[in-house]
Ligand binder design. Structure first.
Ligand SMILES: Cc1ncc(COP(=O)(O)O)c(C=O)c1O
Length: 465
């Protein structure tokens, strides 16, 4: 058995909910994988299928952010299913895709793709029963029609050309950002996360975006294989989707260390919003934009110009009332600050709490389930929940999903237990929100209650003790 399967088995064995179960019954039923992380990291699905076929009967690739990949050969085997690819012998393959996110679907348009294995076929009747459980009895026909329109748009050769165009625009943007960087010389500028070498023109080969393992004896002039900052990864297992552009702001290194000065991304994205550019996702020192079909040079050029304006305003420490007038109307405390002063204020808080380390440690901490998610969630219906203040949360079982933003990735699922690391993070969020109103860390799963003095108190819903 290979090492990864062994690790999976060890994890199953260590799960407290499975205590006392014999190892022969410890067989997972389904794998669900975020196929395209929020930042555009894809997995080679053929490697996963080969590894898990015969062990896990259902392989579900959550391709919410990847419905475009099937329409261009650029993405090779880095998406769930495609033409001329051998089906697994036993495992059924599912892909759920948000048509509304990257194709021409209207909000909520999404679909489930199912691929039979060589030996098993979908039971359509049972599948339909399960589907009906989660859908309305009054379908929105305009959503369904938009799925049809999106599918028709993607018919080759038009669909292939559209995907090619969006990759080409994304690369043009990356090249333009590097050109500006070169013009600023040693002065600071935003970086776009991605491989060092870009082709001079067009979209080039996908190989450039595939993450390679470190190799001994690699010549100095070769590209740095660790541009991604993930450390040594399996050769060819991951790829970065070039249409997902993570723009990195100064202040935090790839290894989580803070510089003396820094520009928190939340300030940049507020600035961009006031200049009419709405970004997809904001991290601590990075924000994310997507080159969906239809993004043209005109559009990304506005972003580039706004970023140059930001740099100019930052370097001159321009007053906030001039830079973000609407925001300052709401939060007068920032009016007289300069843009650089505000960046420094927030950067120092992040640095004081060592927030990158705190967040990483919290996500990597031992997250223990005390109940099945379905049982914990059912406590809501049974009115068996209690609203617990954050100082008393340690050891309590959540009935909700807990998702801090950034990074916007679920931390606890119902049934899991709040640990010390999480409480430390929640305390940081409370302090930060107090000191930086308008830039609040949003945590789904926390309940905010304002008292008569206007102070905010934070609680989480837990299973009643
Ligand atoms: C990874 C992932 N899966 C699923 C979803 C939900 O997709 P939908 O909007 O189609 O319900 C999202 C939404 O952001 C997502 O990020």
């Amino acid at each position: 058995m290979n090492l990864n399967l062994l690790r999976l088995r060890q994890k199953l064995k260590a799960n407290p909910l499975l205590e006392g179960k014999s190892s022969s019954t410890l067989k997972p039923k389904v794998l669900t994988l975020t196929q395209s992380t929020y930042d555009g990291v894809l997995y080679n699905t053929e490697t996963i299928k080969n590894m898990l076929d015969g062990y896990i009967p259902n392989l579900h690739f959550d391709e919410a952010w990847l419905p475009h990949a099937a329409f261009h050969p650029f993405y090779g085997t880095y998406h769930a299913m495609g033409k001329k690819r051998i089906r697994p012998k036993e495992a059924m393959v599912y892909s759920t895709q948000s048509v509304h996110k990257l194709l021409a679907g209207i909000s909520q348009a999404s679909h489930v793709l199912v691929q039979d294995s060589q030996t098993l076929h979908l039971d359509r009747h049972l599948f339909n029963e399960a589907y009906l459980m989660h859908t309305s009895t009054s379908p929105q026909y305009s959503i369904i029609a938009s799925c049809d329109v999106a599918a028709a748009m993607m018919e080759p050769p038009g669909g292939t050309a559209l995907v090619e165009e969006s990759i080409a625009e994304a690369l043009d943007f990356r090249r333009a950002m590097r050109k500006v960087d070169a013009e600023y010389g040693k002065d600071w500028w935003f970086k776009v996360w991605g491989p060092e070498n870009l082709v001079d023109d067009g979209i080039g080969r996908a190989d450039n975006w595939i993450i390679k393992a470190e190799k001994k004896g690699r010549k100095k002039k070769d590209e740095d294989p660790n541009w991604h900052g993930f450390g040594d990864l399996a050769d060819g297992f991951n790829m970065l989707d070039p249409i997902k552009a993570t723009i990195v702001t100064p202040g935090l290194n790839l290894d989580g260390k803070f510089d003396k000065a820094g520009i928190p991304a939340s300030i940049v994205t507020k600035f961009l919003a006031e200049h009419g550019v709405i970004v997809e996702k904001t991290g601590l020192y990075s924000f994310f934009i997507m080159f969906t079909i239809g993004i043209t040079k005109g559009r990304w050029n506005s972003l580039l110009t706004a970023l140059q304006q930001f740099k100019d305003d930052y370097d001159r420490n321009q007053p906030m009332w001039r830079i973000l007038p609407e925001f300052c109307q709401k939060y007068a405390r920032y009016e007289r600050m300069g843009l650089r002063d505000l960046c420094h204020h927030i950067h120092s808080l992040y640095s004081k709490f060592d927030i990158a380390k705190l967040t990483t440690e919290m996500y990597l901490s031992d997250l223990k389930p005390a109940m099945k998610p379905s049982d914990a969630y059912a406590q809501i219906a049974h009115r068996n929940t209690e609203r617990v203040p954050i100082d008393e949360l340690e050891g309590r079982i959540t009935t909700s999903l807990v998702t801090p933003y950034p990074p916007g990735i679920p931390l606890l699922i119902p049934g899991e237990v709040f640990n010390k690391k999480i409480i430390d993070y929640l305390k940081f969020a409370r302090e930060f929100n107090l000191q930086c109103p308008g830039f609040e860390t949003d945590i789904h799963g926390l309940v905010e209650v304002k008292d008569e003095q206007g102070m905010t108190h934070y609680f989480a819903d837990c299973v009643k003790n």
